[in-house]
Design a binder for this molecule. Structure first.
Ligand code: SF4
Length: 64
């Protein structure tokens, strides 16, 4: 099953970790916070996206 990705911008502190780990799924938005580039995580990037979720210091990323 493809996994959905959501990102709570209110929790994002713009540390850049998720983009460094998984730039195909997370990128900077115009407001200086991070945004997901996709609604569902491409299978080939799932491992990196899950790693980014685990590494986010504020728990802003949800992949389910
Ligand atoms: S790892 Fe979390 S806090 Fe850091 S930029 Fe990404 S979403 Fe924001």
């Amino acid at each position: 099953m493809p996994k959905k990705v959501t990102l709570d911008k209110d929790l994002c502190i713009s540390c850049g970790v998720c983009n460094a780990i998984c730039p195909h799924v997370f990128d900077w938005d115009d407001d200086g916070k991070m945004k997901p580039l996709v609604d569902t995580v491409p299978a080939e990037h799932e491992d990196a996206a899950l790693e980014a979720e685990a590494a986010c210091p504020t728990g802003a990323i949800r992949i389910e």
